[in-house]
Design a protein around this ligand. Structure first.
Ligand SMILES: [Mg+2]
Length: 361
């Protein structure tokens, strides 16, 4: 039986980016149940299409009207992708079903997902993404994060951003790896301003221009010294290939739920490796379900930069999974049980469910 639930889980504190401020994580969770086996996956969409064109409503529509017709628990993920290719776009909707198949398949084999995916280090290096705030508040959060052992600190910037903030961070923390994420907030008219970032010795500048503007990123890359990381632009294997071939990118942030799942993520990682492009695994405020997929993938040996797979407590007052991830020495380990290795806290989960239905009997 395949079913979906929409939950609304309160965040520890509002998370502000250039898209707006989030108070809850409104997530679509898929559950597949067959006898004793339960498998799960999470869509990375939100209520509104602010990040990409998909949202929670289009995901439910795509699965219910189209994708469930080609879904079978017997399929291997790549086979599902072949069938799903008939439908244009909607990689977030495809991705959640594809990841569900990875959980089903690895549980059937009795293997933890991180090992089922290929060569695993057995841990993922973790960085942290700091929401926008005042200079003082951000410095305080960064100080705590450095103490906790995070291996990279990422700050959010937007148009008219405060250079003084980055200067204050650099003055206080001379050597820590810092990156800046612009979440598409700039245009080709802002190259002179973005060039000013070179003085801060950032590990990379993430997604300065609109996601469609691969050429713009290639032009910017010639103008500034700071390496360019693409995030939102990487929606599929094809968009990653384009960005690499056009020399628009130094670092790729792979979000499995956005690129259509784990097989596409692995294909992008291979492509990046062949071209000396660094990769890390991003997050989209996932609950413990989506997070467990990300941690499993981030443990792969092809991932060579710290990702945004922070422990759950950073985001949620309480998470929907019984098991939570803990960070030691800036590292998080995937669970040892079969599949994603985490289970649902049904009492809490049912309490925050706002919608749900059976999709396949
Ligand atoms: Mg980003």
């Amino acid at each position: 039986m395949l079913s979906y639930s929409k939950i609304s889980n309160p965040l520890v504190k509002p998370f502000k980016t250039s898209f707006g401020t989030q108070l809850t994580r409104d997530a679509i969770i898929l559950t597949y149940q067959e006898g004793e086996t339960r498998a799960f996956a999470e869509a990375v969409t939100e209520e509104a299409p602010l990040y990409g064109y998909e949202d929670n409503f289009t995901v439910i529509h795509m699965i219910n009207s189209h994708l469930k017709g080609i879904f079978s628990p017997e399929l291997e993920p790549y086979k599902f992708n072949e069938k799903a290719a008939a439908y244009r776009g909607h990689n977030m909707a495809k991705g959640v079903l594809e990841m569900l198949l990875w959980d089903i398949n690895s549980k059937r084999e009795g293997k933890p997902l991180h090992k089922f995916l290929g060569k695993s280090k057995g841990y993922a290096d973790v960085g942290v993404s700091i929401g926008m705030s005042t200079v003082e508040d951000e410095l305080k959060t960064i100080e705590q994060s450095v103490k906790l052992g995070y291996r990279r600190i990422k700050v959010k910037i937007e148009k008219g951003f405060n250079l003084a903030l980055l200067k204050a961070i650099r003055d206080r923390f001379e050597d820590i790896p810092i990156s800046a994420d612009a979440n598409q907030g700039f245009t080709r008219d802002d190259f002179r301003l973005l060039k000013k970032l070179d003085q801060f010795n950032l590990v990379y500048l993430e997604q300065p221009l609109p996601l469609e503007d691969i050429n713009g990123h290639a032009l910017l890359r010639k103008e500034i010294k700071t390496p360019i990381c693409l995030d939102e632009s990487i929606e599929s294997v094809e968009s990653a290939t384009n960005a690499i071939e056009r020399e628009a990118v130094d670092v790729i942030n792979i979000k499995p739920g956005r690129v259509g799942g784990l097989q596409n993520s692995l294909d992008i990682m291979e492509k990046a490796k062949e071209n000396d492009i660094k990769v890390w695994i991003g997050g989209m405020l996932e609950t413990g379900i989506g997070r467990s997929f990300n941690v499993s993938l981030a443990s792969n040996t092809m991932v060579n930069m710290p990702g945004d797979t922070s422990p759950n407590f950073r985001y949620f007052k309480k998470d929907i999974t019984n098991e939570t991830f803990e960070m030691r020495d800036g590292r998080i380990s995937p669970y040892k049980g079969p599949g994603i290795g985490v289970t649902l806290d049904y009492e809490f989960f049912n309490g925050i469910q706002v919608e749900g239905a059976r999709l396949i009997d």
